[in-house]
Design a protein around this ligand. Structure first.
Ligand SMILES: Nc1ncnc2c1ncn2[C@@H]1O[C@H](COP(=O)(O)OP(=O)(O)O)[C@@H](O)[C@H]1O
Ligand SMILES: [Mg+2]
Length: 233
């Protein structure tokens, strides 16, 4: 149902095995995220952030523990059902943009919408490209765009299906400081307008301080889970 918690994680553990070796990369992870909240997961490289994101979004399965996303216990869904839930409810932004190189900016935004059967996909996509300031670049391919521009296309794509939760994994990791700041401002602005739950994954505590709650990870375990002074809007 329309629970105020959009994400509930309980006793999560992830262990990788290679040969006879076991590597536990996440242990004893429990937290939840309110619908509409801005939330960050912070920790040094290798602390398990991306692994945790993959589990939260149902891209990967935990070794133990429970994940409830948008009111659904992910362990009760098969891979297809998890993909359907993602298509409907989840948006992603990646460090390396992950645009399709053979599609134009406009197509990168509109094709996922068309695949979901949206009739006004192209119109909606143009509106989003306008919002990220790239209307005049809509027919350009990713290779013709700067890193910052590519990430702005990725932002447009992420918001296009009006997700209820958006995961951004190191969204400024491949951008210089000024460009990164512009992308983050755009991300927060679009997010505020859409009322999406935003989860930012970063090693940058300053960026994390701009979200309402910070979960700090170290060595695959939770160090702290604290509210910040950012106003709830
Ligand atoms: N598929 C995998 N197989 C084995 N080990 C993995 C795999 N994915 C990640 N790891 C390990 O898990 C740990 C956490 O990785 P990751 O979640 O990518 O951390 P972060 O995103 O915080 O940098 C690292 O030690 C990494 O080497
Ligand atoms: Mg990572």
């Amino acid at each position: 149902m329309n629970t105020p918690k959009i994400l509930k994680i309980t006793g999560l553990e992830k262990t990788y095995s290679s040969g006879n070796k076991q590597l536990t990369v996440l242990q004893n992870i429990s937290f939840d995220v309110d619908r509409g909240q801005t939330f960050s997961i912070v920790g040094p490289s290798g602390s398990g952030k991306t692994t945790l994101l993959g589990l939260c979004a149902g891209l990967d399965e935990p070794s133990a523990g429970q994940i409830e996303l948008c009111g659904q216990d992910l362990s009760t869904l098969n891979e297809d059902q998890r993909a359907q839930l993602r298509n409907k409810e989840v948006g992603f932004i990646f460090q390396n943009f992950q645009l399709l190189p053979t599609l134009t900016a406009l197509e990168n935004v509109s094709v996922p919408l068309e695949l979901q059967g949206a009739k006004d996909a192209e119109k909606r996509s143009m509106v989003l490209l306008e919002k990220v300031g790239l209307a005049d670049r809509s027919h350009h391919y990713p290779s013709q765009l700067s890193g910052g521009e590519q990430q702005r296309v990725a932002l447009a794509r992420a918001f296009a299906n009006q997700p209820s939760i958006l995961f951004a994994d190191e969204p400024t990791g491949n951008l210089d400081e000024d460009t990164g700041e512009k992308v983050i401002k755009l991300l927060f602005d679009l997010n505020k307008e859409a009322g999406t739950t935003l989860i930012i994954i970063s090693h940058d505590l300053e960026l994390a301080n701009r979200t309402q709650q910070i979960l700090r990870l170290k060595g695959g375990q939770i160090l702290t889970n604290q509210r910040t002074s950012v106003l709830q809007s």
